[in-house]
Structure formats: structure tokens, C-alpha cells
Design a protein around this ligand. Sequence first.
Ligand code: MG
Length: 385
Amino acid sequence: MPNQIDLVILGSTGSIGVQALEIVEANPDKFRVVALAAGSSNLQLLADQAKRFSVPVVGTTGDRETFTQMFTGKNKVEVIDGSKSSSEIAAIACDIVLNGISGSIGLGPTLAALSVGNKVALANKESLVAGGDLVMAFGRDQIIPVDSEHSALYQCFLSGKASEVKQVILTASGGPFRDRNKLSDISVADALNHPTWSMGPVVTINSATLMNKGLEIIEAHYLFDLPYSKISAVIHPQSIVHSMVEFIDGSTIAQASPPNMKGPIAYAISGTNRISKATAPIDWSAKQSWEFMPIDNAKFPAVDLARRCGELGGGLPAIFNAANEVAVEAFINRAIPFVKIVDVVDATVQKLGGNSPITIGSLSDVSAIEDDARVLANQLVQERK
Ligand code: MG
């Protein structure tokens, strides 16, 4: 990696993007932001970011005129707009593209970045769930995980050889409802109130259903080329151990730090180097107690469902994810209750699974599968209102 890293940030106004820019601001000698991309939801913030970091190129799906009116920087900024703007920004020559987009709309930009040879710091797990074969066809060297569990695994793998890995263990906080017996009366506000992590709304809801852990099992399968039989998950309410690798000699290596996404973001955007004070370390002057316990699969069926979709492969993980995106949006809009989220996903997978292609050949294959899954999932939502 060069002394100063040229960085492109996709999803710059979201949770990951904002935290990445805080790391950049704290380390101006280490990073230069060469482009930003964001959706239409917070154009003012995008304009402020472009000014503060003197960014020469900005992409947005929002209105170009509105952005230009909001932008008050002295620097000259080129604006790329339209639905493909993130993919165009992703293909700008740079050292690292951070993909902090939420949802499987992040897949196109990931592929656009990889296809021109850019390295991708990948926070968009849906890229791997929906298009894992397409993404990994570019090789593992071009992708650096940002998801905290996968960043942990990446770091733990450095302790041994691939042939010495017995299994990997993803940790899950268990979300806000780990100890709650009745899930039928959960409100949107309850589900958005995560006990340990501060994240965007979709991933927070996915943590409450444990759908997030299911997606991360599929993510780990593609990222590290592991069979599903070697990927397990365990509840760890404190969210300090971010994941573990068990080696064949019976030794387990864990990566630990207080829950803060700045750790894995900084490690990834620096090209797997360690940035001084990226995040606060564990305070060993205070009593620590770390608990681990098995997942209650009857209460949280999402993890097993994800595993089954992952094992069947082909288009099923894309169907699984697209149905979940529809169901989560329906829950946030108060169209279905919390317990119906996994129900909608399960029913969509069962109905479409038989027709799912064995292999995914292109981005348009993924889009076609997702469109079918979204139409069906929306119908199933209507039936469950
Ligand atoms: Mg994670």
C-alpha cells in the first residue's frame, strides 16, 4: 500500500461511510478521499462531506441540481448522477473502494470496482450473499472484509494455514430479544434498539431476527471458501470477541475489542494495516465477563434457514436475501409483525426454491431472481397484514 491511500467511499452518508470519514479525518496523512457516492436520502450530508474532504468527484442517485445548490465548497466537484452512479464511482482508479451500501443494490458497484482491478473493502455483505460466485471469481486478494465477524476471521486466519482450520465460529450478540420469551408483540422501536452495536436500521433489524447471522454464515462461506459444515455460530452477548478460528490441534484463536465498527473499517481501508487508536481497547482494569452460549434455533429459525439456502446454493441465497429485504421494509413500515419477517422469507424460499438456477452467471441473472423473489415476498406480505 502507498503512504497515502486513495479512497473511494460508496454509501458515504450511511453508518459505515460516516465512520470511515471520521477515521480519515483523524488520519489526514494516511488517506485522500478521491470520490464519494450516496443515495438520495441525505444530499445535504453528501454535499458537506464533499466540501470538508475536498472531494473531486461525487455520485448520487439524488437530484444533481439540489446537490449543487447545497454544495458550498471552494473545490471543483464533478457530479455523476443516476441509478448507475455508484457503479461508475466504484470504477474510478484508486487504492481501495469501501462499499458501505446497505442491501443487494451494492452488488453491481462491488463488481464494477473489482472488474477494473480496484481492491474492495467490503461492508456490503449482500454482495456476497446474492452474488458470491460472481464476486469471488475475481479472487480473494481483491476483497478485504469489513463486517466485524469476517474481519476477525481474516485476522485469526493469520495464525495458521488454511489446511489447519478445523472450523470457524461466528459470534452473535443475540440481539435485543435474546432473553425475551414472547416475540409476538415486538415494536419497530424495540427492534431498532440494539444492546451492543450502533448500526444502520436494516442490519439492526436483521440482528434482532438473527437473519444477520444467517447472512454472515453465507458471507463467510464465499469469502473464505469454507464448506458450511465448518462454519458455526454462537451467542456472545458482550460482542467483544468478534469471531474465532479453531485449528486442528485444538487451539482456538479469537479477535477481541469492544464493539465499535471503526476497528474493522480502519483495518480494511488501510489495506489490513493497524492504525493507531482506531478504536478503544479492552479496559483490563475493570472486571470482564464474556459469556458464550448456543443459539436457540427454535426461537430464531433464520440461522438454519440461511444455512439451508447456502448449502443448496445457486440462486437461493439471493432469493433468501431479497425476500428478507422486502420483509424488513414491511416490518419497518408496520405492515407485518416482527415474527412474520422470517415467515415471509421461508415461504418465498419454499415457493421459488424449486425453480432456482443451479449457477449464477451474471449480474442480470441475480437481478432477475431478486425481482421474482421481491414480487412473491410482497404478495406474501399482503396476505400476512
Ligand atoms: Mg457483522
